[in-house]
Design a protein around this ligand. Structure first.
Ligand code: PGA
Length: 253
């Protein structure tokens, strides 16, 4: 059975005080209101990871994620953070290949393949983001575009390593825009990705791969998206900065 996961990507938001307030509200609401079968992940900025970890301590269903890691093990890479460092402070997940990293920091599929390797080597679960631009959506090649992102960054993995990866489909035209993929559009892409993974690794691996949806998910549209058979949760940006909205999204499973 694949995992249901709802992850909150805070991006570059929240001072420490704001982040800790948000965390404690989420912890309380999740403890009181959320079923055990959903895994909740919080992805604050690097600088807040340890403090947020201390604040979620004891909340069994809440895990911590970074928003990026460097592909090198260590060395002269000023300003960067390695997978080993994240592992050493108790981080369990890392978001890789977010479209903002691809766009503003020129991350390529080849570089992301190395980041995925670094993450897996240090026992971090990659949440690998993929998704097409508006122009690609309009020209109709969106399924093959997203499949090639997955192929180029993930298909070098062994079956057992691939089985540790979580995928997040995030159409760029829906991120932070208020436009959401319809449940039909999300289901179409998620089912296509699952078939593509099955062709490479077999149907058992594909059936066990969690594929999250991201892009303007909100309490109002999450129930419909999560009802799609191939949508296994969400990667939530803006709405994860409001505890009530984030927990309502989790509860809509
Ligand atoms: P959004 O962001 O929910 O604000 O659209 C999603 C994401 O970028 O992960």
């Amino acid at each position: 059975m694949r995992k249901k996961i709802v992850a909150g990507n805070w991006k570059m938001n929240n001072t420490l005080e704001e982040g800790l307030k948000l965390t404690s509200e989420i912890v309380n609401m999740v403890n009181d209101e959320v079923n055990d079968d959903v895994t909740v992940v919080l992805a604050p900025p690097f600088i807040h990871l340890t403090s947020v970890k201390n604040s979620i301590n004891g909340a069994e269903k809440i895990y911590l994620s970074a928003q990026n890691c460097n592909e090198h093990p260590s060395g002269a890479y000023t300003g960067e953070v390695s997978a080993a460092m994240l592992n050493s402070i108790g981080v369990g997940y890392v978001i890789l290949g977010h479209s903002e990293r691809r766009e503003y920091f020129s991350e390529t599929n080849a570089e992301l393949a190395k980041k995925v390797d670094a993450a897996l080597e240090h026992n971090l679960t990659p949440i690998f983001c993929c998704g097409e631009s508006q122009a690609i959506r309009e020209n109709g090649d969106f399924v093959s575009f997203v499949c090639s992102q997955i192929k180029e960054s993930l298909f070098h993995l062994s079956e057992s390593d691939f089985s540790k990866v979580v995928i997040a489909y995030e159409p760029i035209w829906a991120i932070g825009t208020g436009l959401t993929a319809s449940s039909e559009q999300a289901q179409e892409m998620h089912a296509s990705l699952r078939t593509y993974i099955a062709d490479q690794y077999g149907s058992e691996v594909a059936d066990n791969t969690s594929i999250l949806y991201g892009g303007s998910a909100k309490p109002g549209n999450a129930p419909e998206l999560f009802a799609c058979p191939d949508v296994d949760g969400g990667l939530i940006g803006g709405a994860s900065l409001k505890s009530r909205d984030f927990v309502d999204i989790i509860k809509s499973y």
